[in-house]
Write a protein that binds this ligand. Sequence first.
Ligand SMILES: Cc1cc2nc3c(=O)[nH]c(=O)nc-3n(C[C@H](O)[C@H](O)[C@H](O)COP(=O)(O)OP(=O)(O)OC[C@H]3O[C@@H](n4cnc5c(N)ncnc54)[C@H](O)[C@@H]3O)c2cc1C
Length: 652
Amino acid sequence: MKAYIFRTAKKLLPRISPTEMIALRSGTVSLDRDIMSGFVDQKKFTKLHNKEHPYTYKETDYICQELQNERVFDTEINKKVLTVLNKYKAFSYIIKKQYNGLELPVETQSNILVKLTSVNPALGVTVMVPNSLGPGELLQNYGTEEQKNKYLPLLSTGEYIPCFGLTGPENGSDAGGLIDTGVLKNINGKKVITVTLNKRYITLAPISNLIGVAIKVKDPDNLLLSGKEGITVALLEKTKYPSLDTSNFHNPLNVGFPNGTVKGTIEIDLDDIIGGPKNIGNGWKMLMECLAAGRGVSLPASSLGACLATTYGITGYSELRKQFNISLSEMQGIQEKLYKIVYNTMLIDNSIRLTNALLDNGDKPSVISAIMKQQTTERAKDVIIHAMDIHGGSAICQGENNFISKYYQAGPVGITVEGSNTLTRSLIIFGQGLNKSHPHISDIVQSLQDDNLSDFNKHFSSMLAHTSKQFIKSTVNNITKTNNKEDQLINNTIMFSNLCNIISLMGGSLKKEQVISGTMADLFSQLYMGYSVLYNKQKYNLDERLYSICLAELNNEYRQSFLQLCQYVPIPLNILITISCRTPIHNKISIDDMQYMSDIVWSNTNVQQYIEKQIYTRNNILGKIKYAMKNTDQEARQQLIKDITSVGEYSH
Ligand SMILES: Cc1cc2nc3c(=O)[nH]c(=O)nc-3n(C[C@H](O)[C@H](O)[C@H](O)COP(=O)(O)OP(=O)(O)OC[C@H]3O[C@@H](n4cnc5c(N)ncnc54)[C@H](O)[C@@H]3O)c2cc1C
């Protein structure tokens, strides 16, 4: 019987390619494991911290002050931008102190990116790249001592400007697929890799002089003494490889940051492989390990910068702007939108606080990073679209008072890069989650891959025990309905754990069933967001009712996703779901709740100050809105409103 189960399970096991296996093994598990196991111990939150750092306020404010209105790149780099960024060592946040870097905690890096993006998203992108997955990160983790000593100090001072090129015309989402391929050759007694590079979309490439590239290496003549054929990461100094051509640039939605191509046929010196020749063929692993934490920080932070600035501005603007003799903010249709704006901004903020704390605690949770990347950029899109609508013509016409259009332009960048959202939602969050975050499945998969029947039996028994327990818990749990939002979240977590076990019976077919996998990803993400609200409540306690409404709405989202799931799962699984899960109750969000949320930024000083601390409001439109909101002198206020509601005018 056991052997039969073993054989059947092997058939059910989806084909996992070596690159997928590496991705699955990268990073650690964290709260994602707790959620999939059906219980999150909130006492753990007390051990997590979001440490403040002086750099966030002092140096970042200087950068904002000097560069908030500067365009970073049009057809060439704005020299002032580089001078100021280097003055404050803005390319060295992740570099260790021993290499002259600032070595800032994740929370601080995130706060800096939030603030920079709150004035200038192109600035955020420019600072983000050297401080996330790229040469600096790869060198610190895998470089030889010689490489570290040579490059890291000069990356810290900005003398080397890095970029990292993986993508090409044939390899987008399938990044390792048809990637540029190099051949190991012996030329004049020296081993080199000859390759024709054709990379596109590479951020900072037009201004970079230290170019990281990922290529596939082939060794037809068996020249390799160490390492193996496969994806490899090299670091190329522009001066050493003069035929590298980075002169062509793209124009990503006119946001104004450097982005372009890396082309040319070159012979790569084996000493320029990051970590040396032994790391030939190790590139995918290196990239995945760095990505595991990385995408949980930079893109979420830039989403938050955009959303905080937008929320702050638009909630103030809608009170100042009048039509039909009343403020926009008094109109229910506007309140409905403001409510959604505040709700999603708070979720982005709360989830970032929790994730930063987990990362600063040493976790490298790849699944949570994927959730964060997808959720924050997707929710930011919603915030910006609603805010554009409220801002009306002022959001459409360019000018110094238009504080939203720059985010409308930049938003799609976050959606597309570092694992395009559709792919991340449909394949990665739940697909990888099931294999990684689930308490037993990864062990079962490993035993099947190792053809180890005894290990399989052990893990399969644990899986059976866990499945039965969660099935019963979910069945019993759902008999009682509760209006308490925290209890709902806890119940939904038990239900989700049970759903994971049921859906896992789909085995390999889940890869194709992306609607199911994507909906499970939504459920997973909504729970993570829910716990982040509880985390924020515990740590910052901004406003009891705000948290309660956020949780109520999140639980409603969960309910919607659950109903969607039930529509698409195969009938036998639906029967199991019908027995063990009851549709969660719908929480009514009253008009009063909506009004409360739409008003909260300016009516609750805790919330107002919490936002003001994170964004930059000096000498800009946000500052004017703040001043007008506080100003009691009617005449001065009217004058300010006139200014705030005016739009850019240009003459021929
Ligand atoms: C402004 C900008 C900056 C960038 N910076 C860099 C950089 O610095 N370095 C670098 O190497 N790359 C960079 N990129 C590349 C970026 O990572 C790719 O654009 C991204 O990987 C998507 O590839 P693609 O654009 O070719 O889209 P495609 O891969 O063609 O995808 C198209 C659509 O199909 C979806 N899709 C694809 N496969 C699946 C699947 N299996 N299941 C479901 N949906 C799927 C995607 O989600 C997307 O919605 C940048 C791109 C942009 C636009």
